[in-house]
Design a protein around this ligand. Structure first.
Ligand code: 3HC
Length: 311
């Protein structure tokens, strides 16, 4: 029961054509993209906070410069993604208002605290590793501006993942106390990283339609499985133990069996009740309010320049 327009649109998707901003698209496609790209942008912006926490306390000047560059990259990713969302007819102010009022989500992972320097390693290794696993296929997503934004973002994310793994290698080759810090960071970030891929497929509301539209290229469980299979040998190389007693290679499926995260914790976090939700959102709202004088000044300047141009 598709309309002729919808059938023609689906044919274009099935032929792997890119959909561009001014072209016809179903309302649901537009809404889903605004939601996903907007949440992705918010994740990049809020994602600066847990690492920003360690910039002033990085152990060396070199580590500080690397971390600063990474956090700045995230700001850039957020801005590209807001621009991509704007091509769908939503304004950046509307998106930010929806973030600040709690109507729109951002990735669950950023509601966990970063307690030690080893967490900078674990975040880069696992969180950026999970982000890449999800975003590399999105380079082929059907909406042109989103697909193109992903190309540069993925290159930068792979630098982020490498810098995190490098911190972990250094910590694991250090004193027993440093290695223990690395293990503790893995223990705390493992399940939250698995949650980044979203609920299990049976509970994923949007997957079927988003996959038909090629807004998503893989299901949540497919990507989570690939992430586990990629990450387990990396943990072994570090001499660290993945905190899952049921983790085991399954020859038949050619992948690991592993324990699911605690989904009640996941749903609590995305409902706003994780360990740092209030702190993270509070920091973003404060930054917005503290910037009001600057936005007002820009608008006043633009109004004066407009008057001069008309005179
Ligand atoms: N955190 C917060 N909310 C989540 C979530 C997560 N990890 N996983 C799922 N959800 C939400 C969904 O948004 C949806 O809620 P909504 O209807 O209110 O929007 C609900 O849970 C049901 O989940 P679905 O599986 O049906 O949702 P999706 O089809 O949207 O799939 C997704 C979720 C896989 C995260 C998908 O949106 C996606 O691929 N997004 C693009 C990638 C992205 O946003 N990445 C952010 C990661 S962090 C990052 O990139 C920063 C980097 O610098 C580390």
């Amino acid at each position: 029961d598709m309309t002729p327009d919808e059938t023609a649109f689906q044919d274009r998707i099935d032929r792997n054509e890119k959909i561009e901003p001014k072209e016809w698209m179903p309302d649901g496609y537009r809404k889903t993209l605004i939601r996903q790209i907007g949440q992705h942008a918010h994740s990049e912006i809020v994602g600066q906070l847990p690492e920003g926490n360690w910039i002033t306390r990085a152990p060396t000047l070199e580590r500080k410069a690397i971390l600063l560059a990474k956090v700045q990259d995230e700001a850039g990713h957020g801005l590209y993604l807001y621009c991509a969302a704007e091509t769908l007819g939503v304004s950046r102010d509307e998106l930010l208002e929806a973030l600040h009022s709690g109507k729109m989500k951002y990735s669950s992972i950023f509601n966990y605290p970063t307690l030690t320097w080893a967490d900078m390693g674990a975040v880069g290794w696992l969180v950026d590793g999970a982000a890449i696993m999800n975003q590399v296929p999105l380079q082929r997503t059907s909406y042109g501006p989103y697909a193109r934004a992903m190309v540069r973002i993925c290159k930068e994310e792979s630098f982020h993942q490498r810098q995190g793994y490098d911190i972990m290698m250094r910590m694991c080759a250090g004193t027993p106390e440093q290695k223990a810090m690395a293990q503790d960071a893995l223990n705390r970030f493992w399940y939250p990283a698995l949650m980044m891929f979203g609920p299990s497929d049976k509970d994923s509301v949007h997957s079927a339609q988003s996959m038909a539209w090629k807004i998503k290229m893989n299901t949540n469980d497919e990507l989570r499985q690939k992430f586990v299979d990629q990450t387990v040998p990396q943990a072994e190389y570090l001499g660290l133990t993945v905190p899952d007693p049921d983790l085991a290679w399954n020859e038949d499926k050619g992948g690991h069996d592993f324990s699911e995260p605690d989904w009640s914790e996941f749903f609590a976090v995305i409902a706003g009740n994780g360990p740092c939700n209030a702190e993270r959102l509070g920091a973003r709202v404060k930054a917005w309010e503290d910037g009001a004088w600057f936005r007002d000044g820009l608008m006043a300047h633009a109004a004066k320049a407009g008057e001069r141009a008309r005179a």
